[in-house]
Ligand binder design. Structure first.
Ligand code: ADP
Length: 167
């Protein structure tokens, strides 16, 4: 069984992430979407909240599992019996960083390879941080976020605005 891992911050999951998940789920027998803890980023949603939001939008994809981990990705993949990491590539700006991470992961775990799926053109410019910026204004978010999570997102933006961020 070919198991792949799609790691990221997913703070929150965007329509661009969901597009990569749907496409990867058609290629592999099983796809594990893993919320990775990144100490360099101060998240808007807790790790458990991010997992719950992802679970809600992949409910129709039976071969997709959602997990979270604070482990090194190469170790996590080994433990989960996966030899493929899936990454989405947007503009050239993603490339340098992703290329470096792919080489390091392969060095640490030589059984592990990284496969890149190119972003769909309509999501090329989309990132969680862009959505968080847009969320501060009165903008229709339905082209950027899965519909099922928009109310949660707006609520959190409002809570942050009022200084009541309950991370
Ligand atoms: P972000 O940069 O949005 O904070 P994450 O760390 O959550 O992203 O990203 C996880 C993975 O998803 C990365 O491989 C990233 O390149 C990819 N990704 C993020 N946004 C998109 C998008 N709009 N289209 C395709 N891939 C994306």
């Amino acid at each position: 069984m070919k198991v792949a891992i799609y790691p990221g911050s997913f703070d929150p999951i965007t329509s661009g992430h969901l597009n990569i998940i749907r496409r990867a789920a058609m290629i592999f027998d099983k796809l594990i979407v893993c919320v990775m803890v990144n100490s360099a980023k101060a998240p808007m949603f807790t790790r458990d909240e991010r997992v719950e939001l992802i679970k809600r939008v992949v409910i129709d994809l039976p071969n997709v599992e959602v997990d979270s981990s604070g482990e090194l990705l190469a170790d996590y993949a080994r433990r989960r019996g996966s030899c493929v990491i899936v990454k989405g590539l947007r503009a050239g700006s993603d490339f340098e960083n992703e290329f470096q991470m792919a080489l390091i992961n392969h060095k640490i775990n030589p059984n592990l390879d990284t496969m890149f799926l190119t972003a769909e053109h309509q999501y090329m410019y989309l990132s969680s941080s862009t959505v968080k910026e847009l969320g501060k204004y009165d903008v229709d978010l339905s082209d950027f976020l899965p519909k099922a999570i928009i109310p949660d997102f707006k609520q959190r933006i409002e809570a942050v605005r009022q200084g009541g961020n309950k991370k």
